[in-house]
Ligand binder design. Sequence first.
Ligand code: ADP
Ligand code: MG
Length: 695
Amino acid sequence: MNHPEPHKQPVTALTGIGPQSAARLEKLGIHTLQDLLFHLPLRYQDRSRIVPISHLLPGMTTLVCGTVEFTDSIQRGRPSVICRIADDSGSLSIRFFHFTVQQSQQLKPGTLLGCFGEIRYGYNGLEMVHPEYKIVAAAEQLLEATLTPVYPLTEGISQSALRKAIKQALTLCLASDSAITDWLPANLLTEHGYPSLNDALQTLHNPPPHLSAEIINGGSLPALKRLVFEEFLAHHLALLQGKLAYKSWQSPVFDINQAVKQAFLEGLPFQLTAAQQRVTTEIESDCRLAQPMLRLVQGDVGSGKTVVAALASLLALNSGYQVAIMAPTELLAEQHFRNFSLWFAETGHQVLFLTGQLKGKSRQATLDALADGSANIVIGTHALFQESVHFHKLGLIVIDEQHRFGVHQRLALREKGQHGGLRPHQLIMTATPIPRTLAMLQYSDLDISIIDELPPGRKPIATSVISSERREEVIGRIEHWVAQQRQAYWVCTLIEESEVLQCEAAEKTAAYLCQTLPNVRVGLVHGRMKAAEKDAVMHAFKNRDCDLLVATTVIEVGVDVPNAGLMIIENPERLGLSQLHQLRGRVGRGNQDSYCLLLYQAPLSQAGKQRLAILKESNDGFVIAEKDLELRGPGEVMGTRQTGQIQFKIADLERDSGLLELIPAAAQLIHRHHPDAIQPLIQRWIGHSRHYAEV
Ligand code: ADP
Ligand code: MG
């Protein structure tokens, strides 16, 4: 088999891989020989040495070799076969639960047996249960020259079949004359002390026995670091590439009408903060260009992002274009709808509301108005883009609270709303201050503006950390609070990922509070209520027909009720700091004193209390996000459980996030001096998943 670029061949080029195995390998994202090379072991086994039986400890996974002393079947309890082997240093029981008569007959006394498996305590001292075993003539036959890789598998592909396939792929692709291209420039490798691609792959698939599995798994091995670095770099380059690709499209140019803007500002009940003005100017200069804006506005909860979005909308409207504003929940969409309707009332622009709930004639009327251009602003949930919505001339897309949408969803959205060769500008708003290093993976396809100032007159929220033992005292405080004509939230947090349980807890709490506080009007919202029911409760709360709102974390984003200045969060220890900070941002929206009580479930560890104390000490979302990152690690902070997050082949954010800060400089080097490496790197690491490529 002489192929000019062996790594590009399909896996069926290998002996032993037919169409059926190839189809199974596709489930692992493996199509070509190159994909096999980058399918790295999960862990390693050490069969390079035989451990004397007297040295064994429970928990070790090792190779032992001994002579069979006896083999017995045991009928007591679960039937099993026990085989006792001994070497010069001691003896060990091997236990099998599944066995055939032939198998037990093979294990005759005097047979030399090699076993690989995990040591644990059994009835009669140490034992190995169901090891891989082999009858040999001499112990040396068991030894392997390198550590044995253990690969992630998929149904229908055995470990040994995969080992064989990868071994072949290594031989074919890494032979010196047809070596796979190393796209990292040599000076970069030298700078970081990384091995060549060829060496790195050889080392990781067949590590020399002097490397312990721990060293490799710990992530400190240059061979592994190099590949992780390359993978991070590929993702970063892909995002940058997506940005460049999008920016190469044409967009409408918006002109700025100062008189209209001035009139709009004068209609607002407040003056913009300096930060809001600065970000507005940044948006204006983006929209003056004929290339699409891709801007992220980061601003803490309550920093006033909505009005910035309204000013951006005004630009589009003035130039005769439509605006679509997407919020993550119905509740938020509705709140924006109310604000926008109010702010745009004098301008003559019609604001519409569109969610999945809207049906029948009114839905059709909305769709018609968007299609014929009689309506200019539409606010809604993702239904805005999922369904058959056609715009007359869409000029701007605003996505609010972006952290609910993954990178891929964001990229998919860019496909929408193009018309006559023009792409809309995009403004994305988030209250989640992502730490700088992680932003590199999350946001490098965007330009970033930061609103780093709260509107004046906001008093910091006084946060206290209180044991659940004082729950009754806290409940008493609500009564007093409500007597002063103020409102409050009681938030029940997630119980083990179960929305059902969370809703039940909220129902119980609401019932209890209702009973205990007869003078307090208690409302309840949770994620399992119908949208209309939720709305009714929220309206009641907004209109002060309800004093205490018991809620699950559905109120996390955006709800704005300035008179509600007290929030009790039950079991805050279950949430990340940033999420708590966002929840707490629901209070402190008026100019009165506001409080957040973190009612933790006692007993809480010292570390747990310290973690919550961070919220007491800081009201700055960025500071809190950095601490959250330190304490919980990047995987949790990025929300790996959320859908739409980046999937890595080999990088592990917990283990490897230290490498992230090296990436932007490397990306710049590649862009300047090795642009031809960009596509192959993206192809190698992201290739078939195509999430980025379609931007
Ligand atoms: P967020 O950034 O969390 O989306 P909002 O846009 O909802 O914040 O604004 C929070 C509250 O602050 C709203 O009631 C809004 O009307 C008000 N607000 C926004 N900007 C200002 C400002 N410059 N001065 C005073 N109040 C403001
Ligand atoms: Mg908001």
